[in-house]
Design a protein around this ligand. Sequence first.
Ligand SMILES: Cc1cc2nc3c(=O)[nH]c(=O)nc-3n(C[C@H](O)[C@H](O)[C@H](O)COP(=O)(O)O)c2cc1C
Ligand code: SF4
Length: 364
Amino acid sequence: MSTNLFSPTTLGQLNLKNRFVRSATWDGMGFSDGSFSPAQVELYRNLSAGGSSLLTTGYIAVNPQGRRNPEQNLLSNRKQQQSLSKIIEVIKCHDTFLQAQLVHCGGLASSDLSRQPLVAPSPVEHPLFEEIPQELTENEIETIILNFGETAARAREAGCDGVQIHAAHGYLISQFLSPFTNQRTDDYGGSRENRTRMLLESYKKIREYVGNDFTITIKINGSDYLENGLECQESLTVAQKLTELGLDGVEVSGGTQVSTPLTPIPKAIKAGENEVPFAAEINAFAEALPIPVIAVGGIRSLETAEKLLSKGVSLISLCRPLIREPDLINQWQAGREEPSTCNSCNRCFIPAFKGKGIKCLQEK
Ligand SMILES: Cc1cc2nc3c(=O)[nH]c(=O)nc-3n(C[C@H](O)[C@H](O)[C@H](O)COP(=O)(O)O)c2cc1C
Ligand code: SF4
């Protein structure tokens, strides 16, 4: 058993009992009115009992127009907030923290669902988008930034220990960062500084709403793996700027749904063979940043997790391994040496897309 992986550490205000994080996972179990369901309370109860020190919620939309599917949670009213509090009540006894991931899906949202136009930085035809989105006006951008702040404040009031800004995977903030999807000529487009503005202002607004004694992380692509997309050096510069502003941690992911060969949920990962496809970017972040770096994507074994720690990574984030085995961390801590048995087939999405919630379909 690795002592390092099971040694405590800090992330912003949080004293974490070990180095394992459950990465943000849409579970397809939210109620269509945006509130959290009893099934989600049970899911989080199991995850917290399973040993991770920090759980990240699935992506919560900061307003209904930024929502992608009907099971995606919202945090716009009291009912939704109270339903989130029920999750916090059941995880605390396991010494587990919860951070709420906040997103606006932009051109990847569903206009059918919101009955509002699809919006994005620019009205570009892009393989990511099913329809050409409308260009956001500066007033609309300011409203979304405000929505990030208000939603974060509701998460804090609900009892969450932190928030994570979803700036990865081709959603709205990632659309602003990428020169491919951001072709604006105003203060929010063009230069790197301008393309970063949406993220920086959202971060500052959240900080204004939650105060300095609350943990804020971001999830960002180390690279979009797209021609003319966000690349590592630029992404790192963005993270450095946010660090100066008081950001508490960065989870480094990669890709979009149309990137090749690497998408955010890479398939066919085999322990000891092709784990951590975003390793080059993750290690570059860990080397350059003074704040905790959280590695995600295709981590399946203790050896690989340890190696990441030895390169300066602070925390190990897992998604599919914990869908398959929610108590994997406890098992590893108790001496199990075998890697995760998740084969990264992504079939866990199948029941979720039928409205039945994520579930591992691989035979034992
Ligand atoms: C069912 C499912 C839902 C996901 N939902 C989210 C999400 O809401 N937000 C997010 O940032 N990433 C989401 N991801 C991506 C994961 O957080 C993670 O970055 C990715 O799966 C790679 O990690 P893994 O190899 O440990 O699964 C999701 C992945 C899966 C399989
Ligand atoms: S269905 Fe099971 S084995 Fe396949 S990716 Fe999902 S959790 Fe892993």
